[in-house]
Design a binder for this molecule. Structure first.
Ligand code: TXA
Ligand code: MG
Length: 300
């Protein structure tokens, strides 16, 4: 059986499949099976009230109670692609998927393997990023295997993710559209498609919006470019193993490289990584957001 067919069979029987998307790898289960979806939370060690995104290849509006003109405009402009829309959920969408929320996150991913899987399965696939809760999102099949090999029935290998940071999340369930998480579609592009400015921030429920997330073991110090050198010197003076984390100057290339670079810090046993915050434009906004979260104080 071809891997994609095998993966669809596993989803139909209630199993877990890790699959590539253009953003990061996802840990998927049949969105219409509560039992299967609960396995995702168990495998990730994720709290049950953190909602999952439903991935579909077509007919996204089937998962929504209401499909607004804003939803139609953003879907037309960016799907398939690195955008998740939060909309009022259709009655058939389970509370297990939405973490008890009256809304659901929907995304049509743009990756040939994800598309083939969704087409073969012919249903919605609930999937968070395929990492243990609080860890750095995986951008290769090898990253997934390190954390989840014994907790997932199959890992589909689609190579390194082309975008490298998670989807942008736009909440369309309130009075005005809000950007809950900057990601693979830039704020500028979203505002252009909406023809209006987008409010930023909102829900504190989304784990991707917790202050400390996407965190490697190493302490990350994200500072202005001009402060990198003196920060490295200051930290080195304490005897810690310090290294500058250099990201490509091009924001899209920086996004692509970011998570693998964070994982490398831990492989190298670095104590402190100093990294220059990119400009808050285009994909630079998502990169800066993830660097700030990686550098936020965390418990333990
Ligand atoms: O690029 C991505 O979005 C990747 C790939 C696999 O699609 N997925 C991903 O999923 O990053 P996850 O679960 O790691 O992050 C999804 C975020 C979480 O912060 C979750 O709380 C939020 O989306 N979310 C999902 N449904 C929501 C809802 N109904 N209301 C508010 N936030 C929601
Ligand atoms: Mg995640």
């Amino acid at each position: 059986m071809r891997p994609v067919e095998e993966a669809a069979r596993i989803l139909r029987s209630g199993g877990l499949v890790a699959f590539p998307t253009e953003t990061v790898y996802g840990l998927g289960a049949d969105a219409s099976s509560d039992e299967a979806v609960r396995r995702i939370f168990a495998a990730k060690g994720r709290p049950a009230d953190h909602p999952l995104i439903v991935h579909v290849a077509s007919a996204p509006e089937r998962w929504a109670a209401r499909w607004s003109p804003e939803a139609a405009a953003l879907a037309a402009a960016f799907w398939p692609g690195p955008l998740t829309l939060i909309v009022p959920k259709a009655a058939h969408v389970s509370d297990v998927v939405t973490g008890g929320e009256p809304t659901v996150g929907i995304r049509v991913p743009d990756h040939p393997v994800a598309q083939a899987l969704l087409a073969a399965f012919a249903g919605g696939v609930a999937a968070p990023s395929a990492n243990r809760f609080g860890q750095v999102s995986p951008t290769t099949a090898a990253h997934v295997a390190i954390e989840l090999a014994d907790r997932v029935d199959l890992i589909l290998d689609g190579g390194a993710c082309a975008v490298g940071v998670e989807s942008s999340i736009v909440d369309l369930s309130g009075d005005a559209p809000r950007l809950l998480r900057p990601g693979g579609v830039s704020l500028e592009a979203l505002e252009e498609a909406l023809g209006a400015p987008l409010a930023i921030g909102g829900s504190t429920r989304a784990p991707g919006t917790l202050p400390s997330h996407y965190a490697p073991r190493a302490r990350v110090l994200a500072v202005a470019r001009g402060d990198v050198e003196r920060t490295v010197e200051r930290e080195a003076a304490t005897g810690a193993r310090v290294r500058e984390l250099r990201l490509p100057a091009d924001p899209a290339a920086a996004a692509r490289a970011l998570y693998a670079a964070l994982r490398e810090l831990d492989e190298e046993g670095v104590d402190v990584a100093v990294v220059a915050l990119p400009e808050e434009r285009g994909l630079g906004r998502a990169v800066a957001d993830r660097l700030r979260r990686a550098s936020a104080p965390r418990p333990g």
